[in-house]
Design a protein around this ligand. Structure first.
Ligand code: FAD
Length: 436
């Protein structure tokens, strides 16, 4: 069977492409998802957790506001649009957004669950995609395999099921922290959410002691102000893409908190909960907040974990003890071993597959046969690449390239002139890298 578009992975990135292609009968598409049924970071579905982007940054709205797979359409179809408006939530619940994504996936017959892609090759005319169930041919392949937990090498070897795990598994293992001395490592949103969840537990479910260690100098908020959010626009993404590698690396470092900081409402809830536990309820839980520390080693000491850390300000060693250690140390791009047969054809930029402005891999492939990379190219496309902000816009670019139609540029106008004024025009004529 030959397809115009074969998607690998069906998380939000490819689900967006699939949703925009749905109903376009002249484009034959198929999307393979290794999981048996839809899920979206289910190991971290903590009640009360909210989406960190606007509801309009759903699968389709920024590209096609009238598409049947919008979040508003989901609310309408489920008979709760008015109640949603009346509730005036500050954030969309992550559980509800997950349900929306699941609804979009389950109403799209082009998505195949329980089918992992094992290998992608190119036979000179088409991509050859081997899954766990079949072999198919495609003109274009869209890789959207997302992210996997990131734990330092020294800790990975001694992870286990019950007392030492990544935060990605918290929902299933939350019960093991009751009455225990717990250490959470990582000062981003995931770490904050599990700390808050444990602080909110009452009676026998609460930990005996809770320590929260972060490499950052403080528990810093996500900057959600308008001009910072302008970094998550097509204009900025295109400007970022045109810059040299050194600038891009430094930019990401300088502006990391605009995506990796903690939502202000989560920070306030944690602070208020500690206040309440300490001064109002006088709860026996022992709470230690330990910013500006880095964990250097972890060893098992009988039933306990011994953690060697360093205070980064004083450069002094510290030793901590815990019954349960939870790494909230972030995520990294998922590996792509299935691309091995194509490696010789593909250009790299650092550890990433190099892409052109249309997210198509650069290398020895014809222009009308593209391998698109979604959410695996943060060093080239900037901070928005791994999150939901530009998902629909990016999908539209990919689809326009597949169809070989001109770009629709209605989202490209921004308030801020990110590029130098004189260079802005020159840049649009002469991109840093020519389209393939
Ligand atoms: C807890 C959590 C909360 C988040 N909240 C937000 C938020 O509020 N706002 C925001 O903008 N971003 C958020 N993010 C960022 C997150 O990366 C994006 O929301 C989104 O999940 C990215 O979608 P994706 O499709 O690129 O990757 P993923 O969601 O990781 O999906 C990739 C899919 O590919 C599948 N796959 C992998 N390999 C194969 C293969 N060989 N064959 C077939 N299938 C394969 C995987 O099973 C997976 O389902 C959050 C991340 C986490 C961890």
């Amino acid at each position: 069977m030959k397809y115009h578009c074969i998607g690998i992975g069906s998380g939000p990135s490819n689900l967006s492409v699939a949703s925009l292609l749905h109903g376009q009968h002249d484009i034959k598409s198929i999307f393979f998802e290794q999981k048996p049924a839809f899920s979206w970071h289910d190991g971290m579905m903590i009640p009360g957790a909210g989406l960190q982007v606007s509801l309009f940054k759903d699968l389709v709205t920024l590209a096609d506001p009238t598409n049947r797979f919008s979040f508003v359409s989901y609310l309408h179809q489920h008979g709760r649009l008015l109640q949603f408006l009346n509730a005036r939530f500050d954030q969309v619940s992550r559980l509800e957004f997950r349900d929306y994504l699941k609804w979009a996936a389950e109403n799209n017959a082009n998505i195949c669950f329980g089918e992992r892609v094992l290998e992608v090759d190119f036979d000179g005319g088409a991509f050859v995609v081997q899954t766990t169930k079949r072999r198919v041919l495609g003109d274009n392949v869209v890789v959207g395999v997302g992210i996997v937990p990131d734990v330092p090498d020294f800790a990975r070897a001694c992870l286990n099921d019950s007392t030492h795990f990544h935060v990605n598994e918290f929902a299933a293992k939350a019960g093991v922290t009751a009455g225990k001395r717990v250490l959470v490592i990582g000062g981003g949103q995931s770490g904050a959410e599990v700390v808050l969840e444990m602080l909110r537990r009452g009676g026998g479910q609460a930990p005996a002691a809770l320590s929260w260690l972060s490499r950052r100098e403080n528990y810093f908020p996500l900057d959600d102000s308008p001009f910072t959010n302008d970094l998550y626009t097509p204009t900025h993404s295109n400007y970022f893409y045109e810059q040299d590698e050194g600038f891009r690396r430094a930019f990401i470092k300088r502006n990391l908190l605009s995506s990796d900081g903690i939502s202000e409402c989560t920070l306030r809830s944690i602070y208020q909960q500690i206040y309440s536990l300490r001064f109002i309820e006088r709860a026996p839980i022992e709470i230690s907040l330990l910013p500006f520390r880095e964990v250097r080693a972890i060893t098992q000491d009988g039933e306990r974990w011994s953690i060697a850390a360093s205070h980064l300000g004083a450069n002094k060693p510290e030793t901590l003890a815990a019954d349960v250690v939870i790494w909230a140390s972030g995520f990294k791009p998922a590996p792509t071993p299935f691309l091995q047969p194509l490696r010789e054809r593909l250009e790299l930029e650092g550890e990433e597959i190099a892409v052109d402005r249309d997210y198509a891999a650069l290398g020895k492939l014809p222009r009308n046969r593209s391998l698109f990379i979604l959410n695996g190219i943060r060093q080239q496309r900037g901070l928005a690449d791994p999150n939901l902000s530009l998902t629909a816009w990016r999908s539209q670019i990919v689809i326009q390239r597949m169809l070989d139609v001109p770009r629709v540029a209605h989202l490209d106008a921004a308030f801020v002139s990110w590029a130098p004024l004189a260079a802005a025009r020159a840049t649009s004529r002469q991109p840093r890298r020519e389209w393939a």
